[in-house]
Design a protein around this ligand. Sequence first.
Ligand SMILES: Cc1cc2nc3c(=O)[nH]c(=O)nc-3n(C[C@H](O)[C@H](O)[C@H](O)COP(=O)(O)OP(=O)(O)OC[C@H]3O[C@@H](n4cnc5c(N)ncnc54)[C@H](O)[C@@H]3O)c2cc1C
Length: 552
Amino acid sequence: MTDLSWGDTPSNQSPPFVGVNLFTSDRGLREAVEREGAGRAAANLELFGGATGSATAAELGRFANTYPPQLQNFDAKGRRIDHVEFHPAYHEIMAVSTAQGLNCSTWEHLLTDGVPKAGAHPARAAGCYMAAQMEPGHCCPITMTHASVAALRHTPILADKWLPKILSRIYDPDVAPVDLKDSVTLGMGMTERQGGTDVRANTTRAEPCADGTYAITGHKWFLSAPMSDGFLVLGQAKDGLSCFLLPRLKPDGELNGIRVVRLKDKLGNRSNASSEVEFDGAQGFLVGDEGRGIPTIIDMVTLTRLDCAVSSAGLMRQAMARAIHHTRHRSAFQKLLIDQPLMARVLADMALDVEAATALVFRLARAFDGSTEGEVAYQRVMTPVIKYWVCKTAPNLVYEAMECMGGNGYVEDDGFPLLYREVPVNAIWEGSGNVMCLDLLRVLERSPETVRRVVEEIDTVGARDTRLKAALDRIETLLAQVMRDHGLARSLVEQLALAQAAALLLAHAPEAVSDAFLATRLEGQWRSTYGTGANKMDVREILDRAAPEIPV
Ligand SMILES: Cc1cc2nc3c(=O)[nH]c(=O)nc-3n(C[C@H](O)[C@H](O)[C@H](O)COP(=O)(O)OP(=O)(O)OC[C@H]3O[C@@H](n4cnc5c(N)ncnc54)[C@H](O)[C@@H]3O)c2cc1C
């Protein structure tokens, strides 16, 4: 029948991709959670998957991004308030992720028996993977709040005061002094106008006060989530660059000398506020030792890097799942798009990267659980490697998925442009691509045996596959050259990521997936777009596994 009237059920259009349980519909995710030690959390994750994939959550996400935060510098009487106003949908989303414990779950043992729970990091990573699909912008304050504990622990007196408020699953958006709040969120300020990567060039000054606190004066060029209750900030003290905790408000409720100059007008990440701020003698509490600012804040930064990779993997999954969903319902030339050989090849090729990204981020999350030498080495070496590869692979994949959707993918109503605008940010903040490479070079310089240990772990599988063995040989060659030519570091990082992904897929994925991944990513003809470079591939099996497990 000819489809003439607007408003009737349109023919040949895919149904909305909502009401999809993001956990039960995602086989790769379920397997990764089980494999990496978080199987006990499956029932809880199923509930969270239902909430994050619901039609309500999709609406909240749309509102939070359609009506982005607004800065109000002054109240009606001209008093400085620097209040950031959000759409109520944003607060609802924050409450959903906070109730899941994404702001705190891996630290909760600190307030109970002190024994870390096995599988805590992979279980939280699974939550973050789904929360990013629900609405990615709010993950920034959630991530920073969770990660801040790693820095605050350097100063027990501060941890004693702040941890009970951070380790709460009740979201409290009130603007009030910390003591009066049920829970708090934290932000982080390192980047200044003259440089974000080279934080040693920070110009913000910290002058000691008689009461043992510091007066912080200067600026930050990027400070996300300026409505947070406190900020971990780098500033120059007498003994060098140091880390300080700046509460947003003083105990009497007055502003603590932190002026929000303006909000950034960003490409994406719209629901999240990012700002430029000035500090005018703000009261700061020293975290860690004076002059040890970078080592103090680096544990926090490392945790945020894990979250960037997890969130990008989640966005990849969401984009691919939507593309498969659409092409399963849309026909062209008398055939469903997914049955057109060219389209099927493109989708299957994308599915390989989603499999790899998921396997990598959950393996990395498990390393954060562990305290053995091997796991600590893995965490140190593979955090920059995996952040680099996953965050860099995601934008191209999301773009290709958008193309699979045709014109609908380019239109705001469908929500796809939100994914596309969001996805590059994870590669830029918390250490951009080259910075991840420099980080690996630092490990190689200081403790090459740490890298060797991780390569050996990959090698235990590699010996069984000639393609992986060849990749490991390439890694050996790069390792021998890279300290003389730092320009090779990207090649090394990429080869390490691909080899580790290949090893994980060989060990845990069906042969159709691992074989196609190795054939296209570790050998074969040069490829620059999805759907090329794959001479033979069991497209059907790869797609059956990747497709969201929902009724068609
Ligand atoms: C949306 C958003 C929110 C943000 N929120 C925060 C926040 O809350 N807190 C915060 O502190 N920062 C935040 N940032 C800042 C972010 O962390 C920085 O933009 C980032 O660290 C890069 O710093 P930069 O912009 O000064 O670039 P630069 O340091 O000038 O770097 C520019 C480029 O040069 C590369 N580069 C630098 N050094 C080298 C080298 N030696 N060799 C090779 N290449 C090099 C970098 O990789 C980068 O690609 C945010 C950024 C964005 C986009």
